[in-house]
Design a protein around this ligand. Structure first.
Ligand code: G4P
Length: 506
């Protein structure tokens, strides 16, 4: 392998943002893109978000989804690093895609609203990161507003997410009293002026907090900072690169995305600490990021690719340019480990598929995730059963939704991680398969894939739980339950049966 190749791989950082809606992901993304010099793109992120807020009309939302769903990677350069920021759709767009994006990243950035602490969506996304021991850097946002105390925020993260926190910066006051942050490792004070964007060059180096300059700069809050830092020295975990890279510890920064405060400090740490593209497991061997021969896996299928409009027998093509908003990436000439490329799909590509030059490989770790929302599909015209089945199977293969067929009847049950997936399926069934259907509610709230090495036990389990069992689109036995409690109860009763929350693709 050439030195050049190795350098290209080593300077790449491929990551995604995990956060709950409104924590500040869009705002932070914009600031990151600005540091990367991608000014036009930053505007586009905002416009996209505005469009989302402005509309409740389905058609408009669809149109707008055409952009938001397809703009899956933002590429920018920062210092000598090439950063790939993978979009993790939130808000109404929250779906299995959001989870799956996290199977393609080498690290993640967690954004927390200082007034809210850890919220549900963050918790769910963090579960996916935990499965893969993804290293995570935390940015606690909105320090310009009143929020929880920094210590409470750290213990909330540690307790709720089971990850050790190592603060790398520390806030001085908050809300109206927010004076800035103190970088514990660089021993630098960065002062905050509302409405004025601050850069690390404006930081004041403070070798000793006893320095009277600290009092000049912070007034009565100087002693508060000294006390906090003294407390931290005794109580906080020191940063440990190994722990971070294993996903056991998260370095924490405080700031305010909208004021661009603390963002570059975090970005600097990110490019230095976050891992370059990592090795990947396949069913036969580990693939090194430095291998010259191309290999890649499918983690997302965009609607922006060519789609077959079966009823009218034509291919419908959504403009290539919208596939990757970052740059004109339609003609990618070279790509290195960690890069995301788009290929046309004519209905043959499935989530989890592997592409290689020659060697047959199958990457692992791109699973399906247990759905949390369910609907029963009812046809308006019973003569269309064949089309419905074909459509649902294809959409399930594409990863747009999960399909379950109960053992005891001929229902079609759809499962999703985000409810908007259902609307998308309905409109696509109509447009692409000519099927008119409606949804009925169904009393399921969770699902697990069943595994058991003991054939006898499995048969007994199947016999006694028929009413809750279904086959997914790939023929795997699944258990559907009306509540987490029910699921837990059943799992307790059947200790020899494994209830899996994720499933690898065949
Ligand atoms: P999201 O993508 O995670 O959903 O969050 P987004 O960036 O859209 O931010 C959600 C709201 O929080 C926005 O306000 C945004 O301006 C605000 N916000 C982001 N960062 C900060 C911060 O550091 N401090 C404060 N005080 N607010 C912040 P909005 O009113 O919903 O939208 P907008 O009209 O301001 O765009």
């Amino acid at each position: 392998m050439s030195k050049f190749h190795q350098k290209e791989v080593d300077r790449r950082r491929t990551f995604g943002i995990i956060s709950h809606p409104d924590a500040g992901k869009t705002t932070l993304t914009e600031k990151l893109l600005l540091f990367g010099g991608a000014i036009q793109m930053a505007g586009a992120v905002k416009a996209r978000k505005a469009a989302r807020h402005a509309t409740s009309d389905w058609m408009a939302m669809e149109q707008e989804r055409g952009i938001s769903v397809t703009s899956s990677v933002m590429k920018f350069n920062y210092r000598n690093f090439e950063v790939n920021l993978l979009d993790t759709p939130g808000h109404q767009d929250f779906s299995e895609d959001t989870y799956r994006v996290l199977t393609a990243v080498d690290s993640a950035l967690m954004v927390i609203d200082s007034a809210k602490g850890v919220e549900t969506q963050t918790r769910k996304l963090m579960e996916v990161c935990r499965m893969r021991n993804t290293p995570i850097i935390t940015f606690i946002n909105k320090l310009d507003r009143e929020g929880l105390s920094p210590l409470d925020l750290l213990s909330d993260i540690e307790e709720t997410l089971q990850v050790e926190c190592a603060p790398l910066s520390w806030p001085i006051g908050m809300g109206k009293r927010f004076k800035g942050t103190y970088n514990l490792y660089r021993k630098q004070l960065t002062l905050f002026t509302p409405g004025q964007e601050t850069r690390p060059e404006d930081a004041v180096v403070i070798n000793d907090l006893a320095d009277p300059r600290v009092d000049e700069l912070l007034g009565s809050q100087a002693d508060e900072l000294r006390e906090d830092i003294e407390l931290l020295e005794g109580a906080a975990n020191p940063f440990d690169l190994e722990h971070y890279l294993k996903g056991n510890q998260t370095p924490v920064f405080f700031g305010s995305a909208i004021n661009n405060f603390g963002v570059q400090e975090m970005l600097d740490a990110f490019v230095e600490l976050a891992p370059a593209p990592l090795s990947r497991e396949t069913t036969s061997r580990e693939v090194s990021p430095y291998e010259e021969a191309f290999s890649g896996f499918v983690f997302k299928i965009n609607r922006g690719m060519k789609l077959r409009h079966h009823r009218i027998g034509k291919d419908v093509s959504v403009s290539n340019a919208t596939i990757f908003m970052a740059q004109d990436r339609t003609n990618v000439e070279e790509a290195y480990a960690g890069d995301i490329i788009g290929v046309h799909n004519h209905g043959t590509i499935k989530i989890g598929d592997t592409f290689t030059i020659k060697e047959p490989l199958k990457f692992t770790g791109i699973p399906s995730f247990a759905p949390e929302h369910f609907r029963r599909v009812r046809l308006k015209n019973p003569l269309k059963t064949k089309q419905l089945e074909k459509g649902l199977i294809q959409l399930a293969e594409e990863g747009a939704v999960q399909l379950f067929r109960p053992l005891i009847n001929t229902d079609y049950i759809l499962g999703a991680v985000g409810v908007l997936q259902f609307d998308v399926i309905m409109s696509r069934l109509k447009a692409e398969y000519g099927v008119d259907a409606i949804y009925e509610g169904i009393d399921y709230a969770t699902a697990r894939w069943i595994g058991c090495g003991d054939k006898k036990k499995l048969e007994e389990f199947e016999r006694k739980n028929q009413g809750n069992l279904a086959m997914d689109a790939e023929g795997n036995l699944s258990y559907l339950a009306s509540s987490e409690w029910r699921l837990g109860h059943t799992a307790e009763q059947w200790p020899d049966i494994a209830f899996h929350k994720t499933r690898e693709h065949n």
